[in-house]
Design a binder for this molecule. Sequence first.
Ligand SMILES: [Zn+2]
Length: 268
Amino acid sequence: MRDSFAIGRVFGIQIRVHLLFPLILAFVLMQGLSQPGASAADVLFLIAAVFLLFGVVFLHELGHSLVAQSFGIQVLDITFWPLGGMARMAELPEKPRIEGLVAIAGPAVNGVLFTAGLLAHLLLGLPIALDTLPGYFIYINLAMGAFNLIPAFPMDGGRILRAWLARKRDWVDATAIAVNVGRLFAFLMIIAGFYQSCVLSLIGVWVWWMGARELWAVRMKHKAQRFYEQANYPGSEMGGLTPGFTPEDLQKLEAFRGHLKNFKQRDD
Ligand SMILES: [Zn+2]
């Protein structure tokens, strides 16, 4: 069973909505209705605010996607899910410049929208009020841009950090350092979530889990590359296997290739 459904296509990129997405609407509605004296107008405002929020999320992801496309990288889809949006790309090349530019494009979109909203308010002489949609627009762009710049790999800031580290380091080492820095921030988010909002804790768990997953994938990919390079040496023992390679390593490699295959198969 698929966990998301397609709702359209923009710049050749499929737009998908995760099955859990309606949860966020339900959550917001419940919070809105639980406020004493909430009117129908308040609830309508909340719904409009959620759609505005995800509109901005979409533009943020589109920023990543269009910069990736400009480097010839295939963008598979953009999926909305309760914690935000995610642009899935076919393998990104391990080039610090491309990784850095693709990562910074999302927060850059928020920066442009924030500046435009702020200028429009100043030119029109409007006060910036959070309980109006234009005011909320300015606020979410500032918050989204700043939050995503936290160096919590695999969030944008963490990817920018890895790109910066990888200028003078091996890609695997740069990823490992960025993931460890990310874990520190993930830990802080999980703790802060207890005092602030459970959503922050959830993002912390997500950062920890996805960082570990990506580090594992990068390590396996580089192991696989070494394995295939060594396998090409004629006459080497065990068909190119080095003593450092155990059957478990091979099994993991197979599993990783399986993942890759599944990954490509989902692109339909
Ligand atoms: Zn982003």
